[in-house]
Design a binder for this molecule. Structure first.
Ligand code: ADP
Ligand code: MG
Ligand code: MG
Length: 880
């Protein structure tokens, strides 16, 4: 039988899979000798077993019993003991932090008897004891028994009647406990469970079950956390921040999670317990002020934070409580941070000698870099600033103000940009937060729910804009100076400065983009950090990075961003615009002569296009893909043309009639699987030859040009041989040296790669088509039709168009790479689907030994960084 329960002294920080992040770090702190209230952790394995079987695994209750007995011995009190009770908290904690997503119950062990024992422990502090008791019933009722929390909140509000929570005396709180017990009775038909062990058992099961609460499921999907991990449960001796003004509870970061700057960042609340700090029931004080209230605890806290930073060699966030002047550590973890802070902190830690550059680039991600490349607001003098809150999560967001999660989701579904405005957010707002461009709250600090969740999602957030009066009911907010913003009014929020503006403020490029563009403003601390980490990533990566670029402008940008070539230059746009005319001529040609004339007219235009690109790339390789889409894509729309011809009647031109006939003839049921790619090249004589000649002539005209000719949609080596032979003749005629290779995007090509490599000098994986054809669905049809359902059902955790499906599509890539190289050891391998810019897929490409990835110009820095990270972190590394 597995061991299901670990004492805090038995675990360590590397056991997150088993003990969850919270449990593993509580153990780590315990073993560091920090003041952690004693307790134990029930493993995620027990949770998984419970969730799959519906009952606690055999032996678990006995094991919990043994650990509880040991804990009781250690503390010298029994759980819920009437005259001198031990109380515990029951806390969820999964491998990845899911702030506020799952449940925690405090003060387990209180009942009508032990409440008096608790008062006695606290020197006769009745108020404290009853406050703790009412909290237990409230939390237990809501999270364990599933009672609507508003019933408790409303009763509480009614009793307070405008007063603060601290104004209630012991008698009133005692009355509140009776009221709460009444609510429990009315809602469940049973009395509040008085037996402490029963409370504990129920709470443990509720935490297990909270893993599958709808909001937890939604959060996991958003954050790409696997659905089958389960949560651990931590049972922790209670310490009390609510037993007077010399007690309190707080949260802190070891550095600013927004900028990375070192200093004291945190919030503290006197005479309060647990969630009070983040829930915003009273205004918190900045952590610095603790120094004047309780210098001993403050100094100890500072020492502990320093110790934690040095130990974890990273920014940590912590939760702590002070009980009558004694400091207790209740949680720590490597803290979430903004993208900019991640880069700054990584470099700061290098400079402090805590980590080396190799480790530093594993501390930042491509997604974070992508965020830093977002545009920001222009410093436009005419813009109207409404107020300034806290800069909780950077970015520039513009949208219509909405005041509820539902509205946010509704408008966003219609394609509108919205800003979710709330007094404060809670886990029920998650859907709206995901739907919104940005989040604005009037209450709560940088550690509030809104701030933490937004940072995690990389979403712009301004919080604690206290000047705003937000009315959810009236769907409006007011600001000083008589400003009123109603639902639907456009506002702009700046998560980097905390500013809020009326209307739409124009945006400008980020300094990081300007740096990539070649600006030599190295003053900016962030730019410097990016520069150092990018330089190191370039030095360690094995994968080369190329760009998908179809014109000289994109090619030039790609080079500035660090592209080492073009991996995909599509030629189809070269047939658009005014040149459609020529495609029409080609399609309508009835004789060889007419066709050749049409092609001859296209050739110089193509040559000019390629010449510009070769020039822009200045000797770097350029992979040109011969025309891929079906020709009807270049012809007028069937319906429009029919109407035009019908309306014109007798007057319809001969050309229009012939075009209509051609459109009809070329119409396809499944264009994706129709007459396209190499098939076109083989069916229309001279089409590919014209393109190859244009490429060769252009390459000849540009000294040093390196052309690679790529044939799309090949499924059989016989197709490729024909084209290769023809291309070979033309290249020989022009005296140009160019590689001829193929895309691997049809499953058959991957499966016969050994043969295909006989005729191909390189492979480039077209993973968009390969994904469509491997799964047997067309992207345009399925994404809207059922992808969200599939994500809900867990068929896939992420769309296979976003992240390469390693098991299926990836298997084909692996087979093709291996068998292709067996035939031709110097076969060049690359990828040019959109996956080339996706972090996880880039790691996969590194693993299977591709030579390069190719992606859109803007993703190139991301690909460079991830290629470096892949080289350092090896297989299966975490790209989150
Ligand atoms: P979350 O995962 O939402 O952060 P926690 O399990 O950390 O939930 O609990 C929330 C808060 O409850 C903690 O920050 C702490 O203030 C309080 N808390 C939890 N356990 C204890 C305890 N044993 N003693 C005192 N306070 C506790
Ligand atoms: Mg916590
Ligand atoms: Mg394709």
């Amino acid at each position: 039988m597995p061991k299901y329960v670990y004492d805090f002294t038995e675990g360590n920080k590397d056991l997150k899979d088993l003990l969850g992040g919270k449990g593993a770090n509580l153990a780590e702190m315990t073993n560091l000798g920090l003041p952690v209230p004693p307790g134990f952790t029930i493993t995620t394995e027990a949770c998984r077993s419970f969730l799959s079987d519906g009952v606690l695994p055999p032996g678990l209750e006995e094991e919990i019993g043994e650990h509880l007995t040991a804990l009781e011995k250690q503390v010298g009190r029994r759980l819920g003991q009437a005259d001198d009770p031990l109380l515990v908290s029951v806390r969820s904690g999964a491998k990845f932090s899911m702030p506020g997503m799952m449940e925690t119950v405090l003060n387990i062990g209180l009942n009508d008897e032990s409440v008096h024992g608790l008062a006695k422990q606290a020197g006769g502090n009745e108020r404290f004891a009853w406050d703790s008791y009412r909290r237990l019933i409230q939390m237990f009722g809501k999270t364990v028994q599933g009672i609507d929390g508003e019933l408790f909140d409303d009763a509480f509000e009614e009793l307070k009647n405008g007063r603060g929570d601290l104004d209630l005396d012991a008698a009133e709180l005692r009355g509140l406990v009776e009221t709460f017990k009444g609510i429990v009775r009315a809602e469940t038909g049973r009395d509040f469970p008085a037996d402490p062990r029963e409370q504990l058992r129920m709470a443990v099961m509720a935490v297990f079950e909270s893993w599958n609460a709808p909001r937890a499921i939604l959060y996991r999907r958003q954050e790409r956390i696997p659905a089958d991990l389960g949560t651990a449960v931590n049972v922790c001796t209670m310490v009390f921040g609510n037993c007077g003004m010399d007690s309190g509870t707080g949260v802190a970061f070891t550095r600013d999670p927004g900028t990375g700057r070192q200093g004291v960042y945190g919030d503290y609340l006197q005479n309060a317990q647990g969630e009070d700090v983040v829930a915003g029931i009273r205004n918190t004080m900045p952590l610095q002020e603790l120094e004047t209230i309780d210098k001993t605890s403050y100094d100890e806290l500072m020492r502990i934070m320093e110790k934690l930073e040095n130990h974890y060699r990273d920014l940590c966030d912590i939760e702590f409580t002070i009980e009558t002047g004694k400091l207790w550590m209740l949680q720590t973890r490597v803290g979430k941070r903004t993208a900019g802070a991640a880069f700054r902190i990584a470099v700061q830690l290098v400079d402090q000698g805590l980590i080396d550059l190799d480790e530093a680039i594993t501390r930042v991600t491509g997604d974070q870099l992508a965020q830093l490349m977002f545009p920001r607001f222009a410093k436009d003098e005419s813009r109207t600033r409404v107020t300034k809150g806290m800069n909780a999560s950077p970015g520039a967001a513009v949208g219509k103000a909405v005041f509820s999660s539902e509205r946010a989701a509704e408008l966003a579904a219609r394609g509108e940009d919205v800003i979710l405005v709330r007094r404060e957010t809670n886990p029920d707002d998650l859907a709206g937060m995901i739907a919104a461009r940005g989040i604005l709250t009037s209450r709560g600090g940088k550690t509030s729910h809104a701030a933490v969740v937004a940072r995690g999602m990389g979403k712009t957030c301004v919080c604690g804009a206290e000047e705003l009066e937000v009315s959810t009911k009236e769907r409006r907010f007011t600001a000083p100076g008589g400003v009123e913003v109603a639902e639907g009014d456009v506002i702009s929020i700046d998560g980097s400065t905390g500013e809020v503006f009326l209307g739409e403020v124009p945006v400008v490029a980020s300094p990081v983009v300007e740096y990539f563009e070649g600006a030599d403003d190295t003053e900016d601390e962030l730019v410097q950090a990016v520069h150092r980490l990018m330089t190191h990533a370039d030095a360690v990566r094995r994968l080369r990075v190329r760009a998908n670029a179809d014109n000289a402008e994109d090619a030039a940008r790609a080079r500035r961003f660090g592209a080492q070539g073009i991996g995909l230059c599509r030629t189809e746009h070269m047939f658009l615009g005014e040149r459609r005319q020529l495609v029409e001529d080609l399609v309508l040609a009835t004789t060889d002569e007419e066709r050749e004339r049409a092609l001859a007219a296209l050739e110089p235009l193509q040559k000019a296009d390629f010449t510009e690109i070769f020039q822009a790339m200045d000797g770097l390789p350029v992979t040109v893909r011969l025309i891929d889409p079906p020709l009807h894509e270049f012809l007028p729309d069937y319906t429009e043309l029919s109407v035009k011809v019908a309306l014109a009647g007798e007057q319809a031109t001969d050309k229009d009639r012939r075009l209509l006939a051609a459109v009809k003839r070329l119409h396809e049921q499944n264009p994706m699987l129709g007459l396209r790619g190499v098939r076109l090249g083989l069916v229309i004589p001279g089409l590919f030859a014209m393109q190859v000649r244009a490429i060769a002539e252009a390459a000849k005209a540009v000294p040093g040009a390196r052309a690679e000719i790529m044939i799309p949609l090949v499924g059989a080596v016989q197709e490729l041989e024909q084209v290769r032979d023809e291309a070979g003749r033309i290249l020989a005629e022009t005296g140009v040296d160019a590689l001829v290779g193929t895309m691997i995007e049809v499953p058959r090509a991957a499966l016969t790669a050994g043969q295909i490599a006989e005729a191909a000098q390189f492979f480039s994986f077209g993973t968009n088509d390969l994904t469509q054809m491997t799964w047997g669905f067309s992207r345009d049809d399925v994404e809207a039709a059922f992808f969200s359902k599939y994500l809900d059902l867990g068929v896939f955790g992420v769309s296979p168009f976003e992240t390469l499906d390693r098991d299926g599509v990836g298997r084909l890539v692996r087979i093709a790479a291996e068998e292709g190289r067996r035939t031709r050891p110097d076969l060049k391998l690359g990828i040019c689907g959109e996956h080339g810019g996706d972090p996880d897929s880039i790691h996969f490409c590194h693993e299977v030994g591709l030579d390069y990835v190719s992606c859109s110009p803007f993703r190139i820095p991301v690909a460079r960084l991830e290629a470096g990270r892949a080289a350092l972190t090896g297989t299966g590394s975490d790209t989150r």
